[in-house]
Each structure stands twice: as C-alpha cells, then as structure tokens.
Design a protein around this ligand. Structure first.
Ligand code: HEM
Ligand SMILES: *[C@@H]1O[C@H](CO)[C@@H](O)[C@H](O)[C@H]1NC(C)=O
Ligand SMILES: *[C@@H]1O[C@H](CO)[C@@H](O)[C@H](O)[C@H]1NC(C)=O
Ligand SMILES: *[C@@H]1O[C@H](CO)[C@@H](O)[C@H](O)[C@H]1NC(C)=O
Ligand SMILES: *[C@@H]1O[C@H](CO)[C@@H](O)[C@H](O)[C@H]1NC(C)=O
Ligand SMILES: *[C@@H]1O[C@H](CO)[C@@H](O)[C@H](O)[C@H]1NC(C)=O
Ligand SMILES: *[C@@H]1O[C@H](CO)[C@@H](O)[C@H](O)[C@H]1NC(C)=O
Ligand SMILES: *[C@@H]1O[C@H](CO)[C@@H](O)[C@H](O)[C@H]1NC(C)=O
Length: 318
C-alpha cells in the first residue's frame, strides 16, 4: 500500500519535472495579462494575408529562422545599427526573409492593448500558426511565454539555418542539432507547400542535378538564366503556392521539388517513407506538422527573468 503511494508520488514528481524541462511554455500564458493577445495577432495576420497572399508564407518562415538561431527568442527581428550586427543580413536571410512591417504593425496593436506584455518571439509563433490555418493547414495550441533576446548572432544564422544546397545527411544533422527528428524534418519541410523562392536558391538544382523531371527543369531554366536575374521568383509548390496542402510531397514523388534540398527528401534514401506517407495521407501530414511546429517552437526559449519583452521588435529596450 505504502509502496504504491510512494510510487504515485514519484510518478507525479517525474511528470512535474518533465513539464519544467519542457521550457515552461504554456498555451494560456497571457490569459490574465493580455486576454486579447491571440485575437490581435490573428486579426493582423488575416488582414496582412488579405493584402498580400504570400505574406502568410513569409511569416511562417520568420518563426523557423528565429528558432534555429539560439532558440525562439525574436533575435531575427533586431535591426543592424552602427554598433550592432544582427541576423537580417546573414546569408540565409539577406534579401530573402520578409514580413517585418507586418510584425511591427501587429506589435504596435499589442503594445496599445497590453503595454510591455507580449514578446516578439511569441508574436512570431502565433503568427506562424495563424498563417498556416488561414491558408488551409492544420491548427495547434501555440505554447507561450517566450521572452526576447537582447542579442543576435549573424555567425550562427550563417551556419545554423541549412542552405538549399544541403544534402540529406546535412539536413538531418542540422535538424538533429535542434532536437528535431527525421520525421520532423520531412513534416516541417512541407512548409514549402506555400511561398516562393528566388532563382539563386534553385539555379543549381535546375541546371546541375539529375534527379529532377526534365520538362520541369526546362521550364525553370527559362525563368532563371545561368547568370543574372537572381531574384526572379518561382513557386515552391508548382501547383498551389498559396494553399497549405500535401501537394509538396506529390511534387517530390514526381521529381518536381524546386530546391535541391527538397528533392533530397525523396531520392531513395531514409526520408522516402515519410514523403510517401504524407503524399498519401493529408491528415498524417497535418498531425505530424502540427506536432513538429510545437517542437520547433520549444527550442531554447528565454523564460522567467531571462531576456526582456521588447517594446519595438527591431531594437533592444533602453
Ligand atoms: C529543410 C531545410 C530547409 C531549407 C534548406 C529551406 C530553404 C529555403 C529557401 C532557400 C527558400 C527560398 C528563399 C529565397 O529564395 O529567398 C525557402 C522559402 C521558404 N521556407 Fe524554407 N527551408 C527549409 C525548411 C523550412 C522550414 C522548416 C520552414 C517552416 C517551418 C520553411 C518555410 C519556408 C517558407 C514558408 C518559404 C517561403 C517564404 C516566402 O515566400 O516568403 N522552410 N526555404
Ligand atoms: C500590402 O502588400 C504590399 C505588397 O504586395 C506591401 O508593399 C504593402 O506595404 C502592404 N500593405 C500593408 C498595409 O501591409
Ligand atoms: C545583402 O544584399 C545586398 C543587396 O543585394 C548586398 O548589397 C549585400 O552585400 C548583401 N549582404 C551580404 C552580407 O551578403
Ligand atoms: C556570414 O556570411 C557572410 C557571407 O558569406 C559573410 O560576409 C559574413 O562575414 C558572415 N558573418 C559572420 C558573422 O560569420
Ligand atoms: C553532404 O554534404 C556534406 C556537407 O556539405 C559533405 O561533407 C558530405 O560529404 C555530403 N554527403 C554526401 C553523402 O554527399
Ligand atoms: C553547376 O555546376 C558547374 C560545373 O560543376 C559549376 O561551375 C556551377 O557553379 C554549378 N552551378 C550552381 C548554381 O551550383
Ligand atoms: C493511399 O494509399 C492507399 C493504399 O496504399 C490507396 O488505396 C489510396 O488510394 C492512397 N490515397 C491517396 C490519397 O493517395
Ligand atoms: C492517415 O493518417 C491518420 C493520422 O495519422 C490515421 O489515423 C489514418 O488511419 C491514416 N489513413 C490511412 C488511410 O492510412
């Protein structure tokens, strides 16, 4: 009897400790301090997508590029100044990441409603979810309570965000360094069912690779010359670039992935079974994607008294 009771206590304690170890984020973090937070972000995202459909993809990507560099701490949003080097000009971000004005607009509304309460890092996590939902994808409960960094790292942004030239093993190790599995890698790459990429990001794949459908490669070569026109855009999902659906995986089965890194997920390697599964089953994709987004959102958050709640996402509070 007594042994059973102590076992019960032990299990309870282990459960508590595992919650603690999870970064202490929770979905109802702003319930009493800013009950309007979720609806303010949601309205801002819907308005921004109504103005420009692509912005949903851009907002989703901001959360990824934030989380992979020292955790989800809003570091990506800090502007360069004469005395501070931020992440915006790191190789994966320069003239590529976008959506900062939308973030500013939403943050201004949050500051008006609840000054100094909602972090920029949490704003990005909520905006990513709301963008996915608004474009037809799955929903999930966003865990909250992240605080904002007072620093950024251009060097780490250069090396921690994988380039589109990555092979499968480089992708696997990049994600595994963030605590993300092969399944998470394949599910999160499904983000490329929305949005656009520049010629410079897919040129090598359409000119130099062999695991690409030849007519698909040819049509992209017409858009993207061997040199010049670096910023010409192409859809990451050739079929429905503004619908969050599973067609990204169908493209991979047909060797019609836009980026070298995309097609690495279906090339007779260890990622193939996941691609096949998601191409076959939208609900399996949505379920794994939502789970992986929560996992990505949990990467090294600043909590408690660490960091700060930035007033302006572009600069550290005075
Ligand atoms: C697996 C490794 C990944 C690589 C190598 C990669 C690479 C890229 C590249 C090169 C672009 C085009 C950028 C440009 O040409 O300006 C892009 C766009 C995009 N990426 Fe990824 N990405 C990866 C994973 C992810 C993940 C995990 C997410 C989200 C969770 C994501 C979301 C997006 C979105 C939504 C866009 C389109 C953005 C827009 O239209 O503004 N990517 N990615
Ligand atoms: C609407 O989108 C355009 C790009 O298509 C952008 O230049 C403009 O700033 C956006 N307007 C608002 C209010 O966000
Ligand atoms: C970022 O892009 C701008 C515009 O093309 C370019 O002038 C600048 O050199 C780039 N910065 C880095 C660090 O690559
Ligand atoms: C990041 O990469 C760019 C382009 O290669 C380079 O100019 C810059 O020095 C790098 N920054 C850091 C801090 O490593
Ligand atoms: C994958 O890329 C890494 C880094 O660029 C390289 O060291 C490695 O040899 C490549 N692996 C394969 C199997 O091509
Ligand atoms: C394609 O391959 C050629 C020959 O190996 C190389 O010179 C070129 O840099 C490659 N292009 C890209 C965009 O990777
Ligand atoms: C999924 O696979 C099953 C059995 O393998 C097949 O009958 C079904 O048509 C597939 N569904 C889709 C949407 O591809
Ligand atoms: C599709 O995936 C869902 C979620 O994992 C699962 O419940 C369902 O059985 C799968 N359907 C098929 C036909 O495999």
């Amino acid at each position: 009897m007594a042994a059973g009771f102590y076992f019960f206590l032990l299990v309870l304690f282990a459960f508590g400790a595992s919650l603690q170890a999870n970064g202490q984020l929770c979905p109802n973090f702003y319930e009493s301090t800013c009950p309007q937070a979720l609806s303010i972000v949601h309205k801002g995202v819907v308005a921004a997508i109504k103005n420009e459909t692509r912005i949903g993809a851009s907002l989703l990507r901001l959360h990824f590029h934030d989380c992979f560099v020292n955790g989800c701490d809003g570091s990506l949003l800090l502007d360069d100044t004469s005395t501070f080097v931020g992440e915006k000009t790191a190789v994966p971000n320069n003239i590529s990441v976008r959506g900062f004005n939308v973030v500013d607009q939403i943050k201004a509304k949050l500051e008006k409603a609840c000054p100094g309460v909602v972090s920029c890092a949490d704003l990005l996590a909520i905006a990513a979810r709301d963008s996915v939902v608004h474009l037809g994808g799955p929903s999930w409960k966003v865990r909250l309570g992240r605080r904002d960094s007072t620093t950024a790292s251009r060097a780490l942004a250069n090396t921690s965000i994988p380039p589109p030239t990555s092979n499968l093993s480089a992708l696997i190790s990049s994600f595994s360094a963030q605590g993300l599995s092969l399944k998470d890698l394949v599910a999160l790459s499904g983000s490329h069912t929305i949005g656009l990429a520049r010629c410079t990001s897919f040129r090598g794949h359409v000119y130099n690779d062999t695991n690409i459908d030849s007519s698909f490669a040819q049509s992209l070569r017409r858009k993207c010359p061997r040199s010049g026109n670096d910023n010409v855009l192409a859809n990451l999902d050739r079929q429905t670039p503004f619908c969050f659906d599973k067609l990204y995986y169908d493209n991979l089965l047909k060797k019609k992935g836009l980026l070298h890194s995309d097609q690495q997920l279906f090339k007779g390697g260890s990622a193939d079974p996941f691609v096949k599964k998601y191409a076959n089953n939208t609900s399996a994709f949505f379920k794994d994607f939502a789970g992986a987004m929560v996992k990505m959102g949990n990467i090294k958050p600043l909590t408690g008294r660490a960091g700060q709640i930035r007033i302006n996402c572009r600069k550290v509070n005075k």
